[in-house]
Design a protein around this ligand. Structure first.
Ligand SMILES: *Cc1c(COP(=O)(O)O)cnc(C)c1O
Length: 383
């Protein structure tokens, strides 16, 4: 079986640097909030050319931290897509707020700005919930339509979060999503484009006060600058708000520093893989991925559409080609989420796409030879 994501190829490339980085942490012993954590936060912000980064335990907490810092809660509506990983809507009810599911664009599968505006206006008109924030998703690695989404958010006074767990490193007209969003979040889960060897996440923001509040929240609400006077006590044991424990391990930060050093090159390698797939498959699928004009994707997934998706997946499995379905059931149709409100007109695009999408093997080290075997296997299916 061809690997779906080949993490071993990347590891083989940088193994000596990883070993040395891990050995440095073992030598200095600052396993929690060690120097590599600060260094990584500086480098992540520099990579995006703006803002400040705050690392945390995973990409799910990264979404919860800004919602908590803004004190979003009961009575608030947070708008998000349904065609996404569960973490996107999951954090909203954690705070007491209500997710409102909004449909996606038919070509990019990212949040539809017109559907978003209609959902905000319908929610405001109904008067039961106060529109408070939007979580857009950079699905499969490509940037959402941030200029349009940010304009909608500005018009209605909403905060904008970019869930870039799959898309960290993506750009639109040469700029990272932080150029438009109040906050950008990411995940360092091993299979994400920028992954560590365990769980990890980060939040990018441009507001120093917000950074301080999230820094407090990730360490049990510890007192930070601007909180009540410390009276000579250790701020670690003075708690200004109810927080959580969501720190990134120093060892994971050390690993990420080595991976970040080759990340820009890996995005280019992924683009070459995507281009080869598009050239080989465009005429035999319902669709190959369409990237927004001016956009650069990190290609977390390469997702085609096929009328007989399940037949094609079985045919590929028999040929030694693994595939995956992201996502088979949109979140608004899943048990715990089914009762939450939806934008006017429902989510017909999300429901249709869930039936046709199929992700093919994708990683920076996929060779043209192996890729041609995959392309030939898809082309050999007579579904
Ligand atoms: C992976 C992912 C997350 C959550 O990241 P974890 O690190 O697994 O908590 C959030 N949103 C999206 C879109 C994701 O793909």
């Amino acid at each position: 079986m061809i690997p779906f994501i080949d993490l071993a190829a990347q590891q083989a490339r940088i193994r000596p640097a990883l070993d040395a980085a891990i050995a440095r942490v073992l030598a200095h012993g600052a396993y929690v909030m060690g120097p590599e954590v600060r260094e990584l936060e500086t480098r992540l912000a520099a990579f995006c050319g703006a803002g400040r980064a705050l690392s945390c335990a995973n990409g799910t907490d990264a979404l919860a931290l800004p919602l908590m810092a803004w004190e979003i809660g009961a009575g608030d509506a947070v708008f998000c897509p349904s065609f996404t990983f569960a973490a996107t809507p999951e954090v909203i009810p954690w705070t007491g707020a209500t997710p409102v599911f909004v449909d996606i664009l038919p070509d990019t599968f990212n949040l539809d700005p017109a559907a978003l505006e209609a959902a905000i206006e319908a929610t405001a008109a109904e008067g039961r919930l106060r529109p408070a924030a939007v979580i857009a998703v950079d699905l499969f690695g490509q940037p959402a339509d941030y200029p349009a989404l940010a304009a909608v958010c500005r018009r209605h006074g909403l905060k904008l979060i970019a869930d870039s767990a799959q898309g960290f490193g993506c750009t639109l007209h040469g700029q990272h999503p932080i150029a438009w969003a109040d906050v950008v979040t990411t995940s360092f889960f091993p299979a994400k484009p920028l992954g560590c060897y365990g769980d990890g996440g980060a939040v990018l923001c441009t507001d120093d006060l917000l950074w301080d509040r999230m820094d407090s929240l990730r360490v049990h609400g510890k007192a930070v600058a601007g909180d009540a006077s410390l009276d000579g006590h250790d701020p670690k044991y003075l708690n200004a708000r109810i927080g959580m424990n969501s720190r990134l391990d120093t060892i994971q930060a050390a690993i990420l520093l080595e991976k970040l050093a080759i990340f820009a090159e890996e995005i280019l390698l992924r683009q070459a893989v995507a281009d080869r797939y598009a050239a080989g498959l465009a005429d035999v699928c319902l669709s190959v991925p369409a990237v927004i004009a001016g956009g650069v994707s990190t290609w977390a997934q390469y997702v085609i559409e096929h009328r007989d998706r399940d037949g094609l997946a079985a045919h590929l499995r028999a040929a030694g080609v693994p595939t995956a379905v992201y996502y088979p059931v949109p979140m608004h149709l899943q048990g715990p989420y089914a009762a939450f409100p939806r934008g006017p007109g429902g989510l017909p695009v999300s429901e249709a796409r869930a039936k046709t999408v199929l992700a093919l093997p994708m990683h920076p080290y996929l060779t043209p030879e192996v890729q041609d075997r995959i392309i030939d296997a898809v082309r050999g299916f007579n579904g």
